[in-house]
Design a protein around this ligand. Structure first.
Ligand SMILES: [Zn+2]
Length: 346
């Protein structure tokens, strides 16, 4: 009888521990959120190594000239896939693809590349108003923020362009600050969608004045600063980056190439000295573009200094940071923990 009762109590205790563990696990997932990839939700993991701002194939023809081809172009697969495979071998398993609609976003191509390479890929919704609105269809400035938000929300709820592929963030592009009325309207639309979905907002920003304007507007609309990613923060100064990082904004230094590693090391060191490594994201902004006729047969690599796309951080910057005294934990924070937090949907 005694033994039976002890067994019964042990069983109850085990059950209780199990329930508590499940609760804790559920709570942890709810807090850390998930990342939306082209293949669906991805749970955060210690083993994810991330490039938070890259491209695959872009088309810079302009919003009034660009045509979307209705099939996956072989050259795009043949050219890009080996580089993604190499990336996977080097330990990078998550790539955030930042090409917006009207600059050649092709989510079907991204899904195929992701499945074949084993690298998870995140795509986006949003519009790009930088480069003096060349990539923004002329009808968009006349739409209300609410109707723009509706279109983006629809991509998140129902998939992009008839696919089941959903965006993992909102991508905007603005020129140098202060923001003009169209840029502000797009930001307003992004805030509406971010509030409803939890999607982060990554803004290609012409300078630090534009980024500071974005933060002010987000705060005035009640959106948390950590929903904002300052894309191309290398266009700002150390002081501007420090100020926005202290406010909670993600600082994306995303133009690392084989020739500017010393310069980036200085930017990163400055953030470390100010205890702000926890806000830093690092990437290359590498990718390919189609030729002026929109042909995928002659893809050219971006001319941003990298002969080997997606590799300069792992091969050049990281070794340099190690020699400067950075620890493995600090680099793990910057390359794994930070981007997962920045792109987490809660
Ligand atoms: Zn970019």
């Amino acid at each position: 009888m005694q033994i039976f009762s002890i067994r019964k109590r042990t069983r109850h205790l085990n059950k209780l521990v199990h329930i508590i563990l499940l609760f804790l696990l559920h709570d942890a997932t709810a807090q850390s959120g998930y990342i939306m990839t082209v293949n669906g939700k991805l749970e955060p993991s210690d083993s994810l190594l991330v490039l938070p701002h890259e491209h695959v194939v872009t088309n810079f023809a302009g919003a009034d000239k660009i045509v979307r081809i209705p099939y996956i172009p072989d050259p795009a697969l043949n050219v890009v896939l080996p580089h993604l495979m190499k990336l996977k071998q080097s330990g990078i398993n998550l790539l955030v693809e930042c090409t917006p609609e009207f600059i050649g976003r092709d989510v079907t191509l991204l899904k195929k590349l992701s499945l074949e390479s084993g690298v998870s890929i995140v795509t986006n919704t949003g519009f790009y108003a930088a480069a003096e609105k060349k990539y923004l269809p002329a009808y968009i400035p006349s739409l209300s923020a609410e109707s723009i938000a509706y279109a983006w929300q629809n991509e998140f709820d129902n998939g992009i362009g008839g696919t089941d592929i959903r965006p993992g963030f909102i991508k905007l592009g603005v020129d140098k600050g202060p923001l003009d009325s169209t840029e502000l309207k797009l930001l307003k639309a992004a805030i509406i969608v971010s509030r409803k979905t939890g999607l982060p907002i990554a803004v290609h920003s012409g300078d630090g004045v534009a980024a500071a304007d974005e933060l002010r507007y987000c705060i005035s609309e009640g959106l948390a600063a950590d929903k904002l990613i300052w894309v191309h923060a290398q266009n700002g100064t150390d002081e501007e980056r420090k100020k926005l990082a202290e406010a909670g904004v993600w600082i994306s230094l995303d133009g690392v190439n084989e020739n500017n590693v010393a310069e980036y090391t200085k930017y990163v060191l400055y953030l470390k000295e100010n205890s702000l490594l926890s806000r830093l994201l690092l990437s290359h902004d590498d990718g390919w573009s189609v030729d002026s006729n929109g042909s995928y047969d002659k893809l050219s690599l971006f001319k941003n200094g990298n002969s080997q796309p997606y590799q300069a951080i792992g091969e050049k910057l990281v070794p340099m940071l190690f020699t400067m005294g950075f620890t493995a934990d600090e680099l793990h924070q910057v390359r794994s923990v930070n981007p997962q937090k920045a792109f987490a949907i809660r």
